[in-house]
Write a protein that binds this ligand. Structure first.
Ligand code: COI
Length: 361
């Protein structure tokens, strides 16, 4: 560990109140969080402190101009009980790509990894076991200048907190293809994991809920033909035994789970295509009886099977979940890798290393 991270341990751990058998997503927070400040052109004062609310100035720039980006990652334990991280460097690269797009400073690679190791090491007892559960890690960065006026902030905070979680979606999802609003267009911020992208998705998602669906399937505007992604996930189809997912063209989040799935599929010799896929092609495949599967992929969602898709009033009901060979295989592979049930041949699983002196308070 290169960086000295000052650690203040909580005097009142809440661990004994945790019900590991009942882990609602994103509602339970562990005892500590990592914090660093960006001031004078550098990241300073990296520290781990008791998890707690913090004060904000009413003119804090993030509240007005939205410079706020985040990541979602998971820590799990392998068969020996060793805490593991899945592809942490991919999340570092993505948060720094998001930072560049939102005119924010990059976060140093070694400090990001040291912070993860120290924090997850400290919170190791909060990591749930079981293939459907994990310790969800939420790194995020936001602007903190106290200023009214549109320009990049000079100061920022970078925080990582963690939550023990169960599944994000507890059942297969019903999607409605969105033909009024768009998530992102070329040249926009769609590829960044920026808070504003999620804010803009809320109204269409609420409309979908009112119509009895769980989420929207985003189509690229203004034609509303090319499928982009779904709600909080990248999207995959299996059509006539070929796995198809939209290629990332700057409007789609470069999902790390998406990337892992592409590697697993190719390694297994399963035909997979990253390309434009139109909603018309999906409808035609369904009509021809060739739409075998559709699922969302994401860190939180892992594999979320899609049971129904609605497009312009036409409802497509997909085959039974038990028959979904690809989605079920990917779900089992990623859970197996995370828990050490399946050997990691790609060097994706990184053991959490904690040096005792780095954890000194
Ligand atoms: C994730 O998959 O980790 C995400 O960030 C999606 C989030 C909306 C839960």
């Amino acid at each position: 560990m290169k960086n000295k991270i000052q650690i203040t341990r909580t005097q009142n751990s809440r661990l004994s109140t945790l019900d590991f058998n009942n882990l609602p997503f994103g509602r339970v927070f562990t005892d500590h969080m990592f914090v660093a400040d960006y001031e004078g052109g550098e990241w300073v004062n990296p520290r781990i402190e008791p998890f707690a609310p913090f004060e904000m100035h009413p003119a804090s720039m993030v509240l007005h101009y939205g410079q706020s980006i985040f990541e979602g990652m998971k820590a799990t334990k392998n068969q020996e009980g060793q805490p593991m991280l899945l592809r942490p460097e991919m999340h570092l690269h993505r948060i720094n790509a998001s930072a560049e797009r939102m005119c924010m400073p990059a976060f140093p690679e070694d400090l990001f990894l040291d912070a993860l190791h120290a924090l997850v090491g400290l919170e190791a007892d909060w990591i749930p076991s079981g293939e459907e559960s994990a310790l969800y890690l939420r790194p995020f960065m936001f602007s903190t200048d106290e200023f009214i006026g549109v320009r990049p902030s000079d100061t920022y905070k970078f925080i990582i907190f963690t939550c023990p979680v169960g599944p994000y979606y507890s059942k297969p999802v019903r999607l409605i293809a969105e033909t009024q609003y768009i998530r992102a267009g070329k040249g926009g911020t769609g590829e960044a994991k920026a808070a504003g992208n999620y804010a803009a998705s809320l109204l269409p998602a609420q409309n979908a809920l009112k119509q009895g669906f769980d989420q929207v399937m985003w189509l690229e505007g203004p034609e509303f033909k090319n499928v982009q992604e779904s709600g909080t996930m990248n999207i995959f189809f299996v059509i006539d035994n070929v796995v198809v997912t939209p290629y990332t063209d700057g409007t789609i989040l470069k999902g790390i789970t998406r990337d892992s799935f592409l590697h697993i599929l190719r390694d297994k010799g399963i035909p997979v295509e990253e390309r434009i896929i139109t909603i018309d092609e999906v409808v035609a495949a369904y009509a021809a009886g060739k739409l075998q599967e559709c699922f969302g992929a994401g860190t939180a969602a892992v594999v979320s099977h899609v049971s129904e898709i609605s497009y312009n009033g036409h409802l497509m009901t997909l085959p039974a979940i038990e028959s979904r060979k690809i989605g079920n295989m990917l779900k089992s592979e990623i859970a197996g890798l995370r828990t050490g049930r399946i050997a990691d041949t790609r060097g994706w699983m990184i053991p959490v290393e904690i040096e005792v002196d780095a954890l000194m308070s």
